[in-house]
Design a protein around this ligand. Structure first.
Ligand code: NAP
Length: 490
């Protein structure tokens, strides 16, 4: 019996979704899904092993032969229905997300709405797959290009956005006419299954097109998906380390891949910035979801002339946060995903302090009272940072904001570009002349200028350097799920 109470209890599915049916894994074993706010077990979910994956991949491959021929307008209608269905069930979906991920309920509503918008976006993209007619450069021949769906797609996703990380891949795959095998993160499989349930029962997605197989054997299954000859593309969102491993597996079949990996976003406040706007941006992009987003600000660089003022105002903001369980209505900031994440925060702070950093606020795990599950860490601001501290280069992925004063544009750009990842970054200035210069100089895939929030379906989302490659959303997102076929007409 589930402890998550919903209007439609059928949205909680704990089995594997293969070929339009909910089935137990072939070993009949299960793994627990925990509530990060309490570390209590929410319920158990079936484990998919290699046999289950091989079976589902065969089904997705066979289904692709007919699904690729469906009318784009029909696929568009399915996507639109799924968009409306998610919006109609957003409170239930947000409750599931909130329980398995821990983020505050309002942020869960925000994620479900944003996740659904990718289906809406790709419903609009599905009928707009254009080819070209090209005049040969050396004869009177004509060259024509067709865009065709690539085939079965393997979708591998992290726990921090259990809905959106799936929909921004699945929306593009469905629009293009691909079938899919989805491996959700083991910490958050329930949201993925709820979306598959709605796709099947309310949006009319044919059986075998979307298959969701939770598992706790991620490395074995990741290898299988990357090496399987019937899977033609993988789309992975997660850490840079796992991305590298998966790319080496995918090399065996020379699979098309897109990788959305870790970041280390600079948050730069120039001397002419609108400070109130910058503080609002900092609140969102450093502390949203307790710092556990790939586009979260990692290091806060503030021009030395406004540093003291900005720091003292930022401290006031952090003092106003209310740490709590995601589903408690006054919570502004929830737990981290697990104890290992808290331990990482503790180690980063201890390393920095041992090398001279100062804790301005926070700095510790919560060990007493109702939030002593082991998963809570105080929102923290550190100052006196130095380049030999681990926190200078590591992706923090938690609620710690290191504040660093800078004196010149060159210095701050150099500090950013020395880092080997480049996903998101932010800067605040009112000087329009800086816009192209700074944007072009920063080695980053996505830049927020005078805003701390950039993600939406219209944005080409993706990074440079070791933050990966490929773009999700926008008019480019569907391209990764297609191949161009060229015809020469003599
Ligand atoms: P992760 O450990 O790399 O896990 C991501 C996915 O890979 C999960 O499904 C995980 O399964 C699976 N996995 C883990 N180890 C694997 C292995 N050895 N072989 C194959 N699959 C494996 O990342 P995470 O901790 O969940 O997420 C945080 C990271 O994701 C951060 O670095 C963040 O920046 C990045 N991220 C990037 C974006 C982006 O768009 N660029 C968006 C969100 C997050 P299990 O859950 O079963 O371990």
């Amino acid at each position: 019996m589930s402890i998550i109470k919903l209007s439609n209890q059928d949205l909680i599915q704990t089995k594997l979704f293969i070929n339009g049916e909910w089935v137990s894994g072939s070993t009949n074993q299960e793994f627990p899904v925990l509530d990060p706010s309490t570390n209590q077990e929410l319920l158990k979910v079936s484990i998919a092993n290699e046999d289950d994956y091989n079976n589902a991949i065969d089904i997705a491959y066979d289904t692709f032969q007919s699904f690729k021929k469906t009318n784009p307008r029909d696929r568009s209608n399915m996507l639109n229905k799924l968009y409306h269905s998610m919006i109609n069930h957003k409170e239930d979906l947000a409750k599931i997300l909130c329980h398995e991920n821990g983020k505050p309920y309002n942020e869960c509503i925000g994620e479900i709405t944003s996740a659904a918008s990718f289906f809406q976006w790709y419903a609009e993209e599905a009928p707009r797959m254009y080819g070209d007619v090209i005049q040969s450069g050396i004869s009177n021949k004509k060259i024509l290009t067709l865009r065709q769906p690539i085939g079965v797609v393997g979708i591998l996703t992290p726990w921090n956005f259990p809905a959106a990380m799936i929909t921004r891949k699945l929306g593009a795959a469905l629009a293009a006419g691909c079938t899919s095998i989805i491996k959700p993160a083991s910490a958050t499989p329930l949201t993925a299954s709820a979306i598959a349930y709605l796709g099947h029962t309310e949006a009319g997605i044919p059986k075998g097109v979307v298959n969701v197989l939770p598992t706790n054997s991620s490395s074995k299954i990741g290898k299988l998906v990357c090496e399987h000859p019937k899977i033609k593309k993988i789309s992975f969102t997660g850490s840079t380390g796992v991305g590298k491993t998966l790319q080496s597996h995918a090399a065996s079949t020379l699979k098309k891949a897109s990788f959305e990996l870790g970041g280390n976003a600079p948050f730069i406040v120039f001397q002419d910035a609108d400070l109130d706007k910058a503080l609002e941006g900092l609140k969102i992009c450093k502390f949203r979801q307790s710092g556990q987003t790939c586009v979260c600000a990692n290091r806060i660089f503030v021009h030395e002339s406004i540093y003291d003022e900005f720091l003292s105002k930022a401290l006031e903001i952090v003092k106003g946060f209310k740490l709590g369980k995601g589903y408690d209505s006054d919570t502004t900031h929830g737990p981290l995903i697990n104890k290992a994440a808290v331990q990482k925060m503790d180690e980063l702070v201890k390393d920095a302090v041992s090398k001279g950093a100062k804790i301005e606020i926070g700095g510790s795990p919560i060990t007493q009272g109702p939030l002593s599950s082991g998963n809570f860490f105080q929102p923290t601001i550190l100052t006196n940072l130095k380049e030999n501290m681990d926190i200078w280069e590591e992706e923090i992925f938690g609620p710690i904001a290191p504040f660093i004063p800078f004196s010149s544009e060159e210095q701050v750009i150099n500090w950013n570009n020395k880092i080997d990842v480049g996903l998101a970054g932010y800067y605040y200035t009112q000087d329009i002349n800086k816009l192209f210069k700074i944007s072009e100089d920063l080695e980053i895939g996505m830049i927020g200028i005078n805003t701390g929030a950039l993600s939406e379906a219209a944005l080409p989302f993706g990074g440079v350097k070791k933050s990966g490659f490929g773009r999700e959303g926008s008019k480019y997102g569907i391209e990764d799920y297609t191949v161009i076929k060229s015809l020469v007409l003599g």
